[in-house]
Each structure stands twice: as C-alpha cells, then as structure tokens.
Design a protein around this ligand. Structure first.
Ligand code: SAH
Length: 259
C-alpha cells in the first residue's frame, strides 16, 4: 500500500467543519492528499478548528472547481455511497476496497476516493465515473454517516493494510529458534508413542485416538527445535527411569535360583 498515491476528494462539501474533520481523520491515518471540489465555504475558521493538528493538510489541499479537474490524473477512482443506487456497479465494503486500492497503488497508480455532499451524496453521474463503489455496511434504517466519520472508516482500513505491509511477512520471522522440521516431528511422535507405551499409558492393543489427538495438540503449538529437544530429553529420561525401576523390581537372581 502506497498511501501517498491516494487522494481523498470531497465533492461540494457544505460544512467547513466537516472539511476540518476530514483533514484530521486523514492525518491520523497517515494520508495527506486532500482535494476539495467547489467547497461551499473554504477556507473557514470552523475547518481550522476541527482540523486540530492537521491544519497542514488544509493548507496543502487542492481546491478545484470541477470533478473533472479533481480526477484528471487519477488511474483508479472509488466512489463512496450511503445507499444502493439503481445502476448495479462493482461494490465493496471498506476492507475489500482497501485491498483493491492497495493493489493499484502498489502497481504505481494514482487513486482517488470520492466523498459526496452532506445532503445528497454523489450524483449518479459522478458515481458512474468510478471504477468501484464503496459502501460502509451501516444500518439500513439510517445508513448515512457523517462525512468525516465515513472518511475516517475508509482511511482506517487503508491504514490497517499499510501497517500490515510494514510488518515482517510472518510474525514467526522474528522467532529466535527455527521451527521443527516435519522429519523431527515424526521422530518425536514415534518417541512419544514408545514412551507412553513404556509407562503403560498407551495400550498398543487399544490405542484409541490418543496419538492423533496428541499430534493435533502439538501441531497447534508449532514446536521449535529447542522445545522439541527438551521434550525428547524428557521422554529419554522417562524411559531411563522406567528401565531402572523395572530392573529394581526384577527379582534378584541367586545361585540356586531362589529369591
Ligand atoms: N444523504 C446522502 C448521504 C450523504 S453522507 C445519501 O443518501 O447519499 C455524505 C457522504 O459521506 C456520502 O456521499 C459518502 O461519501 C459518505 N458516506 C456516508 N455514509 C456512508 C456509507 N454508509 N457508506 C459509504 N459512504 C458513506
């Protein structure tokens, strides 16, 4: 996810406070490019007030008079909508949409995400210009979120992907010991079965599901080589102890065979 390739486009926003709220939502989530298409009232002290520490985003915002200008350089356009429109269109929720946006930014493309007017949203014509529609699955009885809150949710999903990208591919990558190989796990299971038989916990004549269940237990944990060696050591010690106990229990032989 290349967040710097994403521009949030607000179309004909009425309330300057919402513009400030959007700037803050964006900056909190690591996005910086804001475009305002013919805002009703901007610049405005209410926008500054709601932006809090995101005034820089307001100052850098691109203010244009038409949607054409806003998306002229864009290669993938997402349109957000609070309700179903008549024309069926590829539609995703914010999470699915963030994944698609990530694919496009990773391919070096510029992406615009359009947000509509507080009272009427985006027009059908505007939505028809989009490659993909995004709907936040809100309650149908009241589906329309406040503009800045809708932006917050979309930017949060973008953020989650960006953060996931910056982590090592697998959390396991940072583990201090290599994970046990399949061959070593098989040796361990054979040793375990043998030991459980030695201590008479497992009856080879009626093993039931003991070994499959133990396999499932250990495979859930995913042992590393060190842990595996410790367990093998415990099994060996158990077997030695059983052998010693067994020899102690053996009747001591005397010359005439008497005990
Ligand atoms: N009354 C308008 C809603 C406008 S809300 C309508 O019914 O279309 C202002 C903007 O916030 C919307 O244009 C959209 O960009 C965004 N928004 C609000 N709720 C949303 C939702 N549930 N899903 C996606 N975007 C939403």
């Amino acid at each position: 996810m290349r967040t710097e390739s994403i521009e949030i486009v607000l179309v004909n926003t009425t309330h300057p406070g919402n513009i400030g709220g959007v700037a803050r939502a964006m900056k909190n989530m690591g996005l910086s490019r804001l475009c305002l298409v013919a805002p009703k009232q901007f610049p405005d002290p209410q926008a500054v007030w709601r932006a809090a520490s995101a005034i820089d985003l307001l100052e850098q915002a691109r203010v244009v008079s038409t949607l054409d200008e806003a998306v002229a350089d864009s290669q993938f356009i997402v349109g957000t909508s609070a309700r179903d429109r008549r024309i069926p269109w590829p539609l995703l929720d914010p999470r699915g949409c963030a994944a698609r946006i990530g694919e496009h930014t990773d391919a070096g493309e510029r992406v615009s995400i359009l947000f509509g007017r507080e009272d009427r949203g985006l027009t059908n014509d505007e939505l028809k210009r989009c490659n993909l529609h995004l709907h936040i699955p809100s309650a149908p009885e009241y589906s329309s979120l406040n503009l800045a809150m809708a932006v917050q949710i979309v930017c949060y999903e973008v953020r989650m992907l960006a953060v996931a990208d910056s982590l090592p591919a697998e959390a396991d990558a940072q583990w201090d010991t290599p994970f046990a190989t399949a061959a070593n796990m098989e040796r361990f299971y054979a040793h375990l079965e043998e030991t459980l038989t030695d201590i008479e916990f497992l009856d080879p004549a009626a093993p039931r599901q003991l070994m499959p269940r133990l396999r499932r237990l250990y495979s859930r944990v995913r042992l590393d080589e060190m842990e595996l060696n410790i367990l093998r050591g415990i099994l060996t010690a158990t077997q030695q102890w059983v052998a010693r106990a067994g020899s102690r229990a053996q009747p001591a032989k005397t010359d005439d065979g008497e005990t």
